[in-house]
Design a protein around this ligand. Structure first.
Ligand code: 0O2
Length: 199
């Protein structure tokens, strides 16, 4: 039990570390470039019951060691950006720091069949404890405000209908994702026109 609590605490530390870095970048960019690439950031630590259920589903023992070895989304950070270019800018910033990128899933370049778009990263964050440094895995989801709106509403609608939506309903949701992507492209084009010309 003590080890389970410690596992969650380690993941909280990793999230704290990452959130602090991004809050600093956010304020720094706002100050230096008059454009903040981060609209907002949220985080969550997976609940013990959800960790146990996922381990069980995948046929692993329900232990802290198995959770650490097999699950990469115990800690989750979601970064919501105004523009698509900001998503990739924040990705670049994360890559340049002392965090290792283990996996990149670009659901913006290749959306899921239902239309879901986001850039997912699995990162290893060094957590500096008093006597050692522990690498801790964090799942980072980067997306625009439009992608976040779609994902939040899609989750709500799908959850309400128990995970299975009627065929026409699913098609409408995918069409709504395309509309959100179109909006992102238009906003990006407006943003590009406001950038100072390069010398
Ligand atoms: P929560 O509460 O956000 O954690 P797996 O993580 O094993 O289920 P996989 O392939 O490893 O699946 O991860 P994937 O699909 O790259 O990312 C999973 C997470 O992305 C989900 O976490 C959601 O947060 C988000 N996501 C992926 N697909 C969709 C989608 O179609 N709609 C919405 N709204 N979100 C999506 P969880 O665990 O489902 O939930």
């Amino acid at each position: 039990m003590r080890r389970a609590g410690y596992l969650l605490l380690l993941h909280k530390f990793a999230v704290d570390e990452m959130m602090t870095k991004m809050r600093i970048w956010s304020e720094e960019f706002d100050h230096a470039h008059e454009h903040d690439p981060i609209e907002h950031i949220t985080s969550r630590i997976k609940r013990p019951a959800a960790i146990a259920a996922k381990l069980h589903r995948r046929g692993h023992p329900i232990t802290p060691d198995a959770a650490r070895e097999h699950l990469d989304d115990i800690a989750g950070v979601r970064v919501v950006c105004p523009f698509i270019s900001d998503v990739y800018l924040v990705h670049d910033l994360l890559r340049q720091h002392d965090m290792e990128t283990v996996l990149v899933k670009d659901y913006i370049a290749e959306p899921k069949p239902n239309g879901y778009r986001s850039l997912h990263l699995i990162m290893r964050v060094p957590v500096h404890l008093s006597d050692r440094t522990e690498p801790v895995t964090v799942e980072v989801q980067l997306r625009t405000i439009a992608m976040d709106f779609w994902a939040a509403v899609e989750h709500e609608l799908t959850y309400k209908s128990g995970g299975a939506v009627p065929q026409d309903f699913a098609g409408e949701l995918t069409a709504a994702a395309e509309a959100a992507a179109d909006l992102d492209a238009r906003m990006q084009s407006l943003h590009d026109r406001t950038l100072p010309p390069r010398r």
